[in-house]
Design a protein around this ligand. Structure first.
Ligand SMILES: [Zn+2]
Length: 297
């Protein structure tokens, strides 16, 4: 009787308190890839990446790449940190955010700010609908100044980035006059602060969240793969626009998260994509949260 029922149910919404704030991670989608090498370590050998996979009980070379935007609800303002792909989905297993939002208790109209950590397709596609209208009608869009200016110039972009530039022109440029531009150290609202994580893209930023003594780093794409990128922060991610600069930022952000023992979210960490970072050997390790976030703290 149940032979043809779907058997791949998986959680797509995870909500927790951080001080007085409510954080919601939404599984905007996933893709399955078969190129763990070279994409998670373009300057490593296939054998080296395979060894990390096996040590973490992961298959090789196929892997799952998650896409996880975060909503930060301060009680007063609702902030979406990256809108996801939306209508510019990367196949049927992505583009879920807008449908999931009601499950988190929100509507598209409720969003006050959409903060774009960087202008790659999985982080900007949902700024506008397929028809070109703003997806979040009441939101102010926030770009990093360096990032926006880089794509606006559109010069000397990596050879694999023309489609990214095209999507930037389609979704970000029409938002330019309703946007706000921030630099590292600027607050979006009190407790939500831009952090220099340049390298993955020219002006890629992380966001530090603090409420009532609780701290969280929304790392965005500072790290690409929870096992490979943390254990070997020197290894280049194939989607890093400036790989050497990305290494410097990766080590700086991971060091801060580990040493200050704060919580962290990574846009491409396995859902629910929240955890901690510890120093291990010459690199770091991802310590996925279990029930910590569910306790009153
Ligand atoms: Zn990304």
């Amino acid at each position: 009787m149940v032979a043809n029922k779907p058997k791949m149910n998986r959680p797509k919404v995870y909500q927790f308190k951080l001080g007085d704030f409510t954080i919601t991670n939404l599984l905007e989608g996933y893709i399955h890839r078969e190129d763990m090498h070279p994409v998670t370590g373009t300057n490593a050998t296939a054998d080296e990446v395979q060894a990390v996979a096996e040590a973490n009980r992961l298959p090789f070379p196929n892997f799952e790449h998650n896409f996880v935007p975060s909503m930060v609800d301060t009680g007063d303002k609702l902030i979406a940190l990256d809108p996801g792909f939306g209508a510019r989905a990367h196949g049927p297993t992505t583009g879920w955010l807008n449908d999931l939002l009601p499950e988190a208790g929100y509507t598209l109209d409720d969003v006050d700010y959409v903060v774009v950590t960087h202008c790659h397709p999985d982080h900007i596609g949902n700024l506008t609908t397929a028809e070109g209208d703003p997806t979040f009608p009441n939101a102010e869009i926030v770009f990093g100044r360096t990032e926006f200016d880089y794509w606006m110039k559109g010069e000397n972009i990596p050879s694999f980035r023309p489609p990214t530039l095209k999507m930037f022109q389609e979704t970000c440029v029409p938002m330019a006059d309703r946007a706000r531009y921030v630099e590292p150290g600027d607050d979006i609202v009190t407790g939500v602060t831009a952090v220099d994580a340049f390298g993955h893209s020219a002006g890629h930023m992380a966001y530090h969240i603090e409420s009532n003594g609780q701290e969280l780093m929304i790392m965005s794409d500072t790290v690409a793969h929870y096992a490979v990128s943390l254990s070997h922060p020197d290894w280049h991610f194939g989607m890093d626009d400036n790989p050497e600069a990305a290494v410097v930022s990766r080590k700086r952000v991971l060091s801060q998260v580990a040493d200050d023992k704060m919580a962290a979210i990574g846009f491409h960490m396995p859902f629910p994509s929240v955890g901690y970072v510890e120093r291990r050997g010459d690199g770091f390790a991802w310590v996925a949260a279990s029930y910590q976030m569910n306790l009153e703290r």
